[in-house]
Design a binder for this molecule. Structure first.
Ligand code: ZN
Length: 353
């Protein structure tokens, strides 16, 4: 038998099947996907890693015939997952943790995380009753996250590891060790405001990293602790995708935070009449190297030009245009990430820093 012919035959037969299978499976498997579920001015962000592991950040509101739990379930179906591996509650306000009991009756939740036990909240007279329902859903087995906590996530062969680190929780920020020699020049003009005693200031803040892609979610963190995250030293670094803090209100989104993290894209989970403050919109759009601001809803309380442009808004109308998601896909191999507005089907692609 001719040796060249034999080699050709072997090349043709053996690897071909292997390559065909790999190519059909690999592109989807390598991407990290983030779904912004519309929970009408609450928060519910679903992250699915390249290994298929799922992290849900907050659960939206209770009631309305389990509207938010159903929308999260629909997002899970689109993502092809059947359980939530990690549920992180940023803080104990109804628009973030109120949906837990309803979600827990509909889908399997493997592990709960929060910022630790609370007995009362001065801003919510019904807190005790809501917290009791939450503890029943978690069976009292939530993990307390602290500044510096990490969640170990599975690694998919062929993808870089996914890092998940808590930067702030319960009003404390991660230690500055080793970074003190590098002061942040943006801090000179930054001022404090009166201390926020609500649970917003105790929000869990985390950074998620895959390859060079960085995503920051600050929950409903407010002004002074946002400043502590970047002053005197920037403990966050520059990021690619920013979940606009506190639904876009102006008690959060301290300009010194925004100028220090310099996001490329920001996604704001505002409601039709909640959050989406024009100052936040303007401050984000004025950042150097900023590309696009997406909104979950048009803010109907201000003029259209005080919102982002219409094609970047997922839900336009209060009455009959609701429930559309925003989807982010991170393509590490191409060093880019894309954002899809489910309402229009349009996708925009951005380079990873
Ligand atoms: Zn909120």
């Amino acid at each position: 038998m001719n040796i060249i012919w034999l080699i050709n035959l072997l090349l043709l037969l053996t690897p071909l099947n292997g390559i065909t299978v790999k190519e059909s499976q690999a592109p989807a498997a390598r991407r990290l996907t983030i779904y912004y579920v519309d929970v009408e001015g609450g928060a519910a962000t679903l992250i699915v890693t390249p290994a298929g592991e799922s992290i849900l950040i907050d659960t939206g509101w209770p009631g309305n015939d389990s509207r938010d739990a159903k929308r999260i379930e629909a997002a899970m179906k689109k993502a092809g997952i059947v359980a939530i591996d990690h549920l992180i509650i940023t803080h104990y306000h109804t628009d973030h943790f109120g949906g837990v009991p309803e979600l827990a009756t509909r889908v399997k939740i493997n592990q709960f995380y929060d910022h630790g036990p609370m007995t009362s909240l001065s801003e919510d007279l019904k807190f005790e009753q809501k917290y009791k329902a939450y503890l029943e859903a978690t069976k009292g087995k939530s993990v307390t996250l602290k500044p510096g906590s990490v969640i170990n996530l599975k690694r998919n062969a062929g993808s870089p590891p996914v890092g998940f680190q808590v930067l702030s929780a319960r009003g404390e920020v991660i230690s500055e060790t080793g970074m003190a020699s590098n002061p942040n020049r943006q801090c000179a003009r930054a001022e404090d405001r009166p201390i926020d005693t609500t649970d917003n200031a105790r929000s869990i803040v985390f950074k998620l990293r895959i390859g060079n892609f960085d995503f920051l979610d600050t929950g409903d963190l407010t002004w002074n602790i946002e400043k502590r995250l970047v002053c005197p030293v920037n403990l966050v670094g520059e990021i690619d995708l920013y979940q606009v803090g506190h639904h876009g209100t102006d008690t959060s989104n301290n300009p010194v935070l925004l100028r220090s993290i310099t996001p490329t894209v920001a996604i704001m989970n505002n409601g039709p009449r909640k959050g989406g403050h024009p100052d936040t919109v303007r401050n984000l759009q004025g950042l150097p190297l900023f590309a696009d601001l997406y909104q979950m809803h048009r803010n109907l309380g201000v003029s259209p030009d005080q919102n982002t442009s219409e094609e970047l808004i997922a839900n336009l109308d209060e009455a009959n245009d609701r429930g559309h998601m925003i989807k982010v896909e991170v393509n590490i191999n191409q060093r880019e990430f894309s954002v899809t507005n489910e309402r229009t089907g349009a996708t925009q692609t951005y380079p990873i820093k």
